[in-house]
Design a protein around this ligand. Structure first.
Ligand SMILES: Cc1cc2nc3c(=O)[nH]c(=O)nc-3n(C[C@H](O)[C@H](O)[C@H](O)COP(=O)(O)OP(=O)(O)OC[C@H]3O[C@@H](n4cnc5c(N)ncnc54)[C@H](O)[C@@H]3O)c2cc1C
Length: 374
């Protein structure tokens, strides 16, 4: 049988997971990443049981989680450092907080091991439903399948007119990594994430390797002082006086991203499939954007194996995966609503969200899901 060819746009979680999964199943795969190297934001990332299963299936698990702490609880605190809620992950359901670059490197290594080619400095600008991919230099490539994993501003998605809704949310975050102090290195317990709230601002403190802490500062998009980079330490110290020492450890690093939500009319057009943030961007309130991207990438390859013809495979893939992805988007947006509420209401909301069995089931449904192909 003729070897099928896939051209994949984007060397992020979606593109690299798709490359590994398709190459594993005998496809001739090429990834186009526009950046000069496979580099991601200097930040950490939570990968839950569902994403970890996908990494295992792709042969990327051991390298991805090496040295990363297994998270066990999330402590939510108010502006006076009083506990609002303590959420413990269900025993048996793994969650790792990891340096992002380590996961990207692990996925890229797995994709290459399975035979995929990864090109950097290769920008794609458009695709056609019959499987033609146009590169920025004018080159045209023909493939059996084009995968658009090119993130929230996806040119491939937009060249096919697939966008149904793109909504900027009222909040965003600055992400960065800082070195652990000798005391933090010696503390042993890297499994607790602490989320501090002060008004509409949040500080998320997460150990994510033997030597680094992941910090995410979340704020309203209109809060110019809070979203400035390098961070405005005087301002942040006024909001969180008990975290002054922490802000003093931050240098020039940090990148601001606004949260957004995206929905497509369809996840595919002819021979082009759209994946990850390009198809279903969501705010990070339950840490599942990359998890969904990787699940849907593996599932795409599995469905292409199961069905003889491409249109049936793409239709079955979307039918199978879209409901859980949309549930994940809805819950993530819902849990971000209190950002704009007055503090007493927000406090009540988080108490309720931490205690309500129904709410906990909703927010952990994606993590508890057994992904297709695992
Ligand atoms: C503050 C914050 C915290 C988050 N925390 C988590 C978390 O804890 N857990 C989790 O699972 N998710 C988290 N997410 C979500 C997660 O980061 C995204 O869902 C994930 O990065 C999506 O992966 P992707 O591959 O679809 O897109 P991206 O990661 O955006 O990758 C797209 C890639 O395509 C390349 N590209 C773009 N355009 C082109 C082009 N035209 N040609 C070639 N290459 C191109 C880009 O350079 C990039 O490398 C968080 C997001 C934010 C903003």
């Amino acid at each position: 049988m003729r070897q099928r060819r896939a051209e994949i746009v984007g060397g992020g979680f979606a593109g690299l997971a798709a490359a590994a999964a398709l190459a594993q199943r005998g496809w001739n795969v090429r990834v186009h990443e526009r950046a000069p190297e496979l580099r991601t934001t200097g930040a950490g990332i939570y990968i839950y049981e569902n994403g970890l299963r996908v990494l295992e299936s792709l042969g990327a698990y051991d390298a991805a989680v090496k040295g990363a702490p297994l998270a066990h609880s999330r402590d939510t605190r108010d502006e006076r450092n009083r506990r609002l809620a303590l959420h413990r992950w269900e025993p048996g359901k793994r969650v790792f907080s990891i340096v992002r670059q380590q996961v990207i490197n692990a996925l890229a290594a797995a994709a290459r091991r399975h035979g995929a080619e990864i090109l950097t400095d290769s920008e794609a600008v458009a695709a056609t439903p019959d499987g033609e991919l146009m590169l920025a230099g004018g080159q045209r490539l023909q493939a059996d399948l084009v995968v658009a994993g090119d993130g929230t501003n996806s040119k491939i998605r937009d060249s096919l007119g697939l966008l149904a809704k793109r909504r900027y949310l009222p909040d965003g975050a600055i992400r960065l990594l800082i070195d652990k102090t000798p005391r933090e290195k010696g503390a042993g317990d890297g499994g607790t994430t602490i989320e501090y709230w002060s008004g509409s601002r949040r500080v998320l403190y997460t150990p994510c390797s033997e030597t680094e802490i992941y910090i995410a500062l979340t704020m309203l998009h209109r809060d110019e002082a809070a979203k400035a980079t390098p961070i405005n330490k005087t301002y942040w110290k006024q909001c969180f006086p008990h975290l002054s020492d922490l802000f003093d450890r931050i240098g020039d690093q940090g990148r601001y991203d606004r949260f957004e939500y995206t929905r497509l009319t369809s996840w595919s057009a002819g021979c082009v499939a759209v994946l990850g943030d390009a198809a279903h961007a969501l705010p990070p309130n339950i840490g599942q954007g990359a998890g969904c991207a990787m699940m849907n990438a593996l599932s795409l390859a599995v469905h292409l194996d199961r069905h003889a013809d491409l249109p049936s495979a793409l239709a079955a893939w979307e039918r199978n995966e879209r409901p859980l992805t949309e549930h994940t988007q809805r819950i993530s947006v819902f849990l971000g609503l209190p950002t704009t509420w007055p503090s007493p209401l927000r406090r009540l909301f988080f108490r309720w969200a931490g205690q309500s069995k129904w709410m906990v089931r909703q927010r952990t449904r994606t993590a508890s899901h057994r992904p297709t192909g695992t």
